[in-house]
Design a protein around this ligand. Structure first.
Ligand SMILES: Nc1ncnc2c1ncn2[C@@H]1O[C@H](COP(=O)(O)OP(=O)(O)OP(=O)(O)O)[C@@H](O)[C@H]1O
Ligand SMILES: [Mg+2]
Length: 200
């Protein structure tokens, strides 16, 4: 496994709009990696405080500035508690690009400011591999049978999706057509992980 620095974990991020299949795929990958030193984390969340922040964000319509700082606080707390000093593999269900896509492209917060905030909070804990599960918002929303939360409406998710596609170009994500079936998507992901020496 290649790792440019021994001081940080190997960070693999799953991004995409609501209902794109991130949690489905990350759980499959977690199972495939379970004999290794691996942690499965999600944003916002992953710590007691982070999960409280997640509940707040999901249950009410907060202004985007407040959202941003709550998310960054959850991120800082997760990094401090789970990433610092850990040298294994971290699988992350959403990370810094969600903030740029949702609060930036979706809600209009200045994107360069969000990048600065992300850099400040992440420090050396930057992603090694990013998978973008790309899907048409209509298809994604149809998949979500549960009650929709405050982020889940069509026009908003269209902006978020377009934002993700911009970011994919900028940061060389592995963009996957998430309208395919679960197995086909897993095959694409595992091929990339093999290429990087994470899976044999
Ligand atoms: N490739 C797929 N084809 C069809 N249905 C899928 C696929 N992947 C996941 N699903 C189903 O779509 C729904 C949403 O998937 P999942 O929860 O993995 O998405 P998510 O990206 O984690 O969403 P959220 O951002 O809301 O957490 C689930 O019911 C899941 O079983
Ligand atoms: Mg999910």
């Amino acid at each position: 496994m290649e790792n440019t620095t021994t001081q940080k974990p190997y960070i693999i991020v799953f991004e995409g709009i609501d209902g794109s299949g991130k949690s489905t795929q990350i759980n499959i990958v977690y199972e495939l990696l379970k004999d290794k030193n691996v942690k499965l984390l999600r944003e916002p969340g992953s710590t007691e405080i982070g999960e409280k922040i997640r509940d707040i964000l999901k249950s009410q319509k907060l202004d985007p500035k407040t959202q941003t700082f709550l998310i960054e606080a959850s991120r800082a707390h997760m990094i401090e508690n789970h990433l610092k000093g850990f040298k294994g593999i971290v699988l992350l269900d959403r990370f810094i690009y969600s903030t740029i896509a949702y609060q930036g492209y979706g809600f209009g917060i200045d994107i360069s400011f969000l990048k600065t905030l992300n850099d400040f909070v992440c420090d050396i804990y930057t992603p090694d591999i990013v998978f973008l599960l790309d899907i048409d918002p209509k298809t994604a929303l149809k998949r979500l049978k549960r009650e929709k939360d405050v982020f889940e409406n069509l026009d908003f998710l269209k902006r978020v999706r377009d934002g993700y596609l911009e970011l994919a170009k900028e940061y060389s994500f592995y963009t996957i057509d998430a309208s395919k079936n679960v197995e086909a998507i897993t095959d694409e992901i595992t091929a990339v992980l093999k290429q990087h020496g994470i899976l044999s």
